[in-house]
Design a protein around this ligand. Structure first.
Ligand SMILES: [Zn+2]
Length: 273
């Protein structure tokens, strides 16, 4: 039985204590849907600016999170996520992008990494799989958004390859696969499954056929297999067992809430010494 990497710290936030033990300046976690000010389907800690919630409510929610993390919003980076596999290296010059208005988000980018401190990398989620990357030897951190589209485009492997250009070997990379819709609640059809089955060296442990044109798909497992394929040792990979659809008191779920819902935020950043 593997340990759950995320521990709920407050009404609003789950954190990853095993990584904080490696470096106490490393801030890494995932939000819940609770403890914010948004109303109706966004009740209450909606952190996505792009889902037709009141902009001001989202900004208040983001400031609440910033206060708890003691990581001011001016130091955050937010991107426009488009279910592709583009990864951007960000620097202190990009800080503040997409934090208060969606229009100035980093465009068309589903993965972020940095080698610098005092930057909080953030992405928004409501079922898709958050992937967290950390190479303690090089003090490099990253985050990626892997729904089924990003997963079959191997955004996990893209991050490993981007880091290879930074001189980071796959066996130096620690990974956490975060809360996401799990196989208990994620049914897909042949259209999606054909992309999954086309992935080299991804095996049937990640899915189960339940009827004609219906499969249970384990996107966390697919990402796990893609990471090991990219050379990350299995012992470096921690997987959350939280299902965003099952845990309806804790999380928004795009599928469970039929598309009308808010967004959680995954985040990782180093504070300055
Ligand atoms: Zn579930």
């Amino acid at each position: 039985m593997k340990l759950e990497p995320f521990i709920q710290k407050t009404e609003q936030v789950l954190m990853v204590p095993s990584w904080s033990q490696i470096s106490d300046q490393l801030i890494v976690g995932f939000t819940t849907k609770n403890g914010g000010v948004s109303k109706e389907e966004f009740q209450s800690l909606n952190l996505g600016l792009h889902v037709n919630d009141e902009n001001n409510s989202v900004v208040v929610n983001r400031k609440k999170l910033a206060d708890f993390l003691r990581f001011p919003p001016e130091l955050w980076v937010c991107s426009e996520q488009t279910h592709k596999n583009k990864i951007a290296k960000v620097t202190t010059d990009e800080r503040g992008t997409g934090v208060f208005t969606y229009e100035d988000s980093i465009k068309d980018t589903d993965g972020l990494y940095t080698t610098e401190k005092n930057i909080l990398l953030t992405l928004c989620f409501a079922d898709c799989v958050p992937l967290y990357f950390f190479a303690p030897t090089k003090q490099i951190i990253g985050i990626a958004h892997a729904g089924w589209k990003g997963t079959v485009q191997d955004i996990a492997g893209e991050m490993v390859r981007a880091w290879a250009c930074e001189g980071v070997k796959p066996d130096e990379i620690q990974v956490v696969i975060g809360p996401a819709i799990d196989k208990c609640c994620y049914i897909v059809d042949d259209y999606v499954m054909n992309f999954v089955k086309d992935l080299d060296r991804v095996n049937s442990k990640s899915y189960e056929k339940i009827s004609n044109n219906q499969y249970r798909l384990d996107l966390k497992e697919v990402n796990y297999q893609l990471m090991t394929r990219a050379g990350i040792p299995p012992e470096n990979i921690q997987v959350s067992s939280y299902c965003t659809s099952c845990e309806n008191q804790l999380f928004f779920s795009h599928r469970r809430d039929a598309g009308k819902t808010g967004r959680m935020m995954s985040f990782i950043g180093f504070k300055e010494d």
